[in-house]
Design a protein around this ligand. Structure first.
Ligand code: DC
Length: 206
């Protein structure tokens, strides 16, 4: 069974995808981590995330097994990931490894922006996880503060709006709900409620 979980920043898609993977005994891939790792490599090489050639080279040489979680989770890495992910060359370089992960025997859960539309249009279940801007900004703010980052709520909200605009507005594989995806609005749900609702959607679709 392939489960595709898409949605905007801090919608809860990552938490939901991990919980679905545990519940159904499937491997999980956080595809945003790939774009974040490319962005960190570009920044560490002293290049500009807007430089398509530099970003594509970083994507082609990415080792997905050597991603440093501590480095990729900062707000800066998220912003840069949103910029590098708009380059078609970067998306092309990362496409096959996501498809291979999804189509392994037994299936998988993948979360991202284009899983139900581009990476796995054939997924058995597609979820599109949303939440209000405010709710998402508060979640991401507390996550970053808990990680020790010094950042204000207003700055998180501004970054969120910019990233939503860039992720949904790019020409190649924009953030989009697949026609056959089930939308799950987590605005008024706690983590447990959101996970239970997601499990119910998967069980209904099976
Ligand atoms: O889910 P995230 O916040 O970790 O993703 C970081 C950025 O990576 C996001 O702003 C857009 C990009 N991304 C993408 O373009 N396609 C995906 N499947 C996953 C993430």
């Amino acid at each position: 069974m392939i489960i595709a979980v898409d949605g905007p920043m801090a919608s809860g898609k990552g938490t939901i995808a991990r919980a679905l993977a545990a519940k159904f005994g499937l491997p999980h891939m956080d595809t945003g981590a790939l774009y974040r790792a490319v962005a960190v490599d570009v920044l560490e090489a002293g290049a500009n995330p807007k430089d398509a050639a530099a970003a594509e080279a970083a994507a082609r040489s990415l080792d997905p097994d050597a991603i440093d979680e501590a480095k990729i989770r900062s707000a800066g890495a998220g912003v840069a990931a949103s910029i590098v992910s708009a380059h078609s060359g970067v998306r092309a370089a990362l496409k096959q490894l996501q498809k291979d992960f999804a189509h392994r025997e037994g299936g998988a859960v993948l979360d991202g922006r284009d899983i139900g539309t581009i990476i796995c249009p054939d997924a058995d279940v597609k979820l599109f996880v949303t939440a209000s801007e405010e709710a998402r900004a508060w979640r991401r703010h507390s996550e970053l503060v808990n990680r020790g980052e010094v950042i204000g709520f207003d700055q998180v909200l501004i970054q969120l709006r910019e990233r939503d605009g860039r992720d949904a507005g790019r020409a190649d594989a924009p953030l989009l709900k697949a026609d056959d995806a089930v939308e799950l609005d987590t605005t008024d749900m706690d983590v447990g409620e959101a996970v239970r609702a997601a499990i119910a959607i998967v069980e209904r679709a099976r």
